[in-house]
Design a binder for this molecule. Structure first.
Ligand code: MG
Length: 428
């Protein structure tokens, strides 16, 4: 058999031509790899209430972390209702879920809210919904008011129209009452019944989220007397880390234990006013609480008003967001979202077409692997590729104690008799 080089020499290609062939080969190779990356909505499907959790469509427990836009009727929030914002948050911040806060009517809005300026506000909201769907991220359509029952007819008409337009898209989530204040839970329930009926006349299955009294903190009242008859309904929980602390986490957990699912559609790193009191330590406690309890959460807010809870530096606009002119809170939240995305990125974590999964990710103490096939051994590598842990387990569904690992990103390699697979996880 003649040597390869003799064979190629006979083809009479120049060195330059060989370089071109190599370039084409690698381009095809890498292009192929990028084609198969899934969007977040393809990954998790239509969000679904299962018991006291909002889960992926297949029932997997999740905790999505994302961003809320500011009041759509507020000039000082900056005009972030555009595809540039949605795309930048998705690509650079790894933001899987965005909330469009439709300002309904406020004394300060100069007639720019939805009630007084319906078509313009609807166009703003639809721009964000369309951009989110194009990007493959979730979008919460939020009726942003403290007096939704006053505008119930408009809410029914609006959400029915949105359900008809977008109900076939798994991306869309309806938040029908942002924050009641002094209204009774019964007032909220009566309002919700009519809006839910409107949505369900067009869309039988996308997630609906309902607020509760006292700025959506009284989830205990919702838990004691939940709305019945709809299989895909969750309840809003709002908190601001420097104002609402352990008492509200206790209340949230009690509500979940009694069987309702929570969704934090708004939370801030600051005082409840949105301004002052930036509290990173308490924010971390809340973030760990929500991750541990599989609650999804959306941060307030993508805006450039001169308030500490805004993520863009005052007055810097969309270009400020894109160029990284961020506030202290903005830097903290962006880093958190990127770390969460790292933790949630899934490779094909399977052996012989049997899907494996981690019970929790990020994880603090016990790494618990769901596997219906017997695992021989486990190896954990740090991100430099150094092996930091190894154990023979010889069982299905192994659990290992990783308390001694430093916080950070790791790769878990799982070996069975037949083959091996790996996935990434974050140690808290
Ligand atoms: Mg649907």
């Amino acid at each position: 058999m003649e040597p390869y080089f003799t064979f190629f020499r006979k083809l009479n290609y120049t060195k330059k031509q060989y370089s071109s062939f190599a370039l084409i080969f690698f381009t095809i190779l890498f292009a192929n790899q990028s084609i198969h990356s899934q969007t977040v909505v393809e990954q998790y499907g239509r969000l679904q209430v299962n018991g006291s959790h909002v889960t992926a469509e297949n029932g997997d427990k999740i905790s999505l972390a994302g961003m809320s836009l500011f009041w759509s009727n507020a000039g000082d929030g900056g005009d972030f209702y555009n595809s540039e914002t949605v795309n930048h948050l998705a690509d650079d911040w790894k933001n899987p879920i965005i909330r469009a806060a439709l300002g309904v009517k406020e004394t300060w809005d100069g007639g720019t809210g939805y009630i007084d300026n319906t078509q313009a506000q609807k166009a703003k909201i639809r721009t964000v919904i369309d951009a989110a769907i194009a990007k493959g991220v979730y979008v919460i359509i939020d009726w942003h008011t403290h007096a939704a029952e006053v505008y119930k007819d408009e809410a029914v008409a609006f959400f029915t129209e949105m359900a008809e337009l977008y109900g076939n898209n798994d991306h869309v989530i309806y938040e029908i009452y942002n924050e009641p204040i002094n209204q009774s839970w019964n007032d909220v329930k009566n309002y919700a019944a009519d809006v839910i009926a409107g949505i369900r006349s067009k869309d039988p299955d996308n997630l609906i989220i309902v607020g509760s009294p006292t700025w959506s903190q009284d989830v205990d009242q919702a838990a004691a007397d939940p709305i019945t008859g709809d299989p895909n309904l969750a309840y809003t929980l709002h908190f601001y880390a420097n104002t609402h602390k352990q008492f509200l986490r206790d209340r949230a957990l009690a509500a979940m234990n009694s069987g309702i699912a929570l969704f934090v559609t708004e939370w801030g790193t600051t005082d409840a006013s949105g301004n002052g009191g930036y509290n990173e330590q308490e924010s971390e406690i809340w973030l760990n609480f929500m991750i541990d309890n599989h609650i999804s959460y959306v941060n307030w807010t993508v805006a450039h008003k001169n308030e500490d809870s805004c993520v863009v530096s005052p007055g810097m606009g969309v270009q400020g967001l894109i160029n990284g002119n961020l506030t202290t809170s903005g830097i903290f939240i962006r880093n958190h979202l990127i770390a969460r995305a790292e933790a949630l990125s899934v490779d094909d974590f399977s052996i012989d077409n049997v899907k494996l999964s981690l019970d929790q990710n990020p994880v603090k103490d016990i790494l618990s692997i769901n596997s219906s096939i017997v695992i021989d051994n486990l190896i954990i590598f740090d991100m430099t590729g150094r092996s930091v842990f190894s154990k023979n387990v010889n069982q299905d569904n192994p659990k290992i104690n990783i308390t001694n690992l430093n916080s950070g990103n790791y790769i878990l390699k799982v070996n069975s008799k037949k083959a091996f697979t790996s996935t990434k996880f974050v140690k808290l």
